[in-house]
Design a protein around this ligand. Sequence first.
Ligand code: MN
Ligand code: MN
Ligand code: MN
Length: 289
Amino acid sequence: MKIDLHSHTYYSDGQLSPAELVARAQQMQVDVLAITDHDTLNGLAEAHQTCAQLGHPLAIIDGVEISTGWHNFDIHIVGLNVDTDSPSLQAFLAEQETRRADRAGLIAAKLEQCGFVGVLDKARGLAGPGQLTRAHFARVLVNDFGVASMDTAFKKYLGKGKRAAVKAHWPTMAEAIDAIQAAQGQAVLAHPAHYDMTAKWLRRLVAEFATAGGDGIEIAAPAAGQQKSVLINELAAEHQLKASSGSDFHFPSRWRELGKNPTPTTTLTPIWQNWPQAVNNTNKENADL
Ligand code: MN
Ligand code: MN
Ligand code: MN
């Protein structure tokens, strides 16, 4: 059974529509896919519709990736199996949307000062129905203003401490965990190997996430660094966090693909252990054998 619990559509900074994402997951033989757009649930209904219309056996997990702040780091918390009708989660995400819109305005003003005239409209055009993220600004700098790459756009302008950086005022980890759990979801610490922090800080982060009531943590592929991937497994066990795993797919590329995410070692409990969606798929697979 292939389970991928982290992916994006064009409702945040992904490039595919929910329908295209579902089709690609099907093509990659993914059985269970969580759609986890940044601070929005807007792509989920369309994904479910597509599955139903096409008779796909793919199970969609309703998810979201929430931005939080912790000691000057932007920390992402993934919510899985959230109740999309939860009024408290919807109110929480509406606030996130306001924070994002405010930040986008400030980033645009700074980029204009750097000489990138009209950058806000161009980024809005690119974002389409989705929320504006820094990735959209980066892409506009590359597409329309000759900046060499997305990476360069972040290193020169959008990254922490750079000319167009705007400090975001995100909620705390505990607030995000509460919002997810109040909507009957499970809270997962996203991509712990990707934060630019030392092992000492990572230990603190995972400890505080667990103390705040977090349910799981995304394990890292050894390719992300053997040491870090081992450390994350150790920390998951130490704090009794369940293992989650996702590709964090944003767009087709050589580097990332739906369903090409690591399988947890048997020492950890997978976060999907008691999920009906995963069980059904397991049974189906066994029945085929
Ligand atoms: Mn993203
Ligand atoms: Mn993230
Ligand atoms: Mn993500």
